[in-house]
Design a protein around this ligand. Structure first.
Ligand code: ZN
Length: 297
């Protein structure tokens, strides 16, 4: 079985059936089962950053219930261990500012449950912020279904819209014992990574892998194989990881997209001290996992 990547082994039930009901009247609901995280913009409060995994500040009980019932932006994230998880995103600080961290920073520091819950919250909050007006009539929209839809406030329209995410392909291209890595000017010094790009309308994800590879580097590929995926709400991607083989090592790099792209041998990557000349992307990234899985096989 192919496993998804990161935040994969968690015990969260999204309980999607509950979204269109009154969760507070659910037979298993009790006030002391509420767990609420109150985000500030796109940052989340941490209770204790002295030990790993970091502990998210989950507000409980009546205080949390009060926030949820008086907010127009509370999102139901799901059930876990019998508890009901919610998030609210505010533009003002509820706790001291130094308790807040953005999700990119928190990503490797949380346990799988908290990571999955916050990834869901971050992705949905971004979508809500971008969809405050109806795409059909231009009237204001409001959140509904506990944060899993928006509905137009114009009585003659009432268009309902649902959260969207953007599929992106990320691919390790290899030729014998070499792999193709590129870098963009804005990346940290020395960092090299796999090619990537967004899936476009009218193509399959495999076609997107072939097209992006050819557009960025001029390399033609075969044996395109899906490996694993990673939710990436920065702002709203789903990363789909692939491995493919090049027909040859000829390169024709598009320098408007990449600062450079080169073939690197397994040995070079294995022996690299990962410094300012060459380093791989961060440990949580799907890119690094694609590269290290190939090296270790
Ligand atoms: Zn409308």
């Amino acid at each position: 079985m192919i496993k998804s990547f990161n935040a994969n082994e968690n015990n969260i039930d999204k309980a999607s059936k509950l979204r269109e009901t009154d969760i507070f009247k659910h037979k298993d609901f009790k006030v002391n089962k509420i767990r609420l995280v109150i985000a500030y913009k796109d940052k989340f409060p941490i209770k204790n950053s002295n030990k790993k995994p970091y502990q998210i500040f989950w507000l409980k009980g009546q205080k949390a219930e009060h926030y949820i019932l008086s907010s127009k932006s509370s999102i139901f994230l799901g059930l876990s261990n019998g508890n009901f998880y919610f998030s609210i995103c505010l533009n003002k600080l509820e706790y001291s500012e130094d308790m807040y961290y953005d999700l990119r920073t928190l990503n490797p520091l949380l346990d799988n449950n908290d990571l999955a819950l916050l990834t869901n919250s971050r992705g949905l909050s971004y979508w809500h912020n971008k969809n405050k007006f109806c795409g059909i009539c231009g009237h204001e929209t409001k959140m509904t279904d506990y944060g899993h839809a928006r509905i137009c406030g114009n009585e003659s329209c009432k268009n309902k819209s649902f959260p969207r995410l953007d599929p992106a392909v990320i691919m390790l291209i290899t030729y014998q014992d070499y792999c193709l890595l590129g870098r963009q000017k804005v990346w940290p010094i020395g960092m090299h990574s796999t090619l990537a790009g967004f899936v476009e309308h009218g193509e399959t994800i495999e076609q997107a892998v072939a097209r992006e590879t050819f557009e960025e580097t001029g390399v033609k590929i075969r044996n395109i194989q899906y490996k694993y995926s990673q939710p990436w709400p920065f702002p709203s991607s789903l990363m789909l990881g692939f491995h493919a083989e090049a027909y040859d090592k000829k390169l024709h790099v598009d320098y408007s997209e990449l600062e450079k792209a080169e073939w690197f041998s397994k040995e070079y990557i294995k022996d690299s001290p990962e410094n300012e000349i060459f380093k791989l992307p961060g440990k949580i990234s799907i890119a690094r996992r694609l590269i290290t899985d190939w090296i270790n096989n």
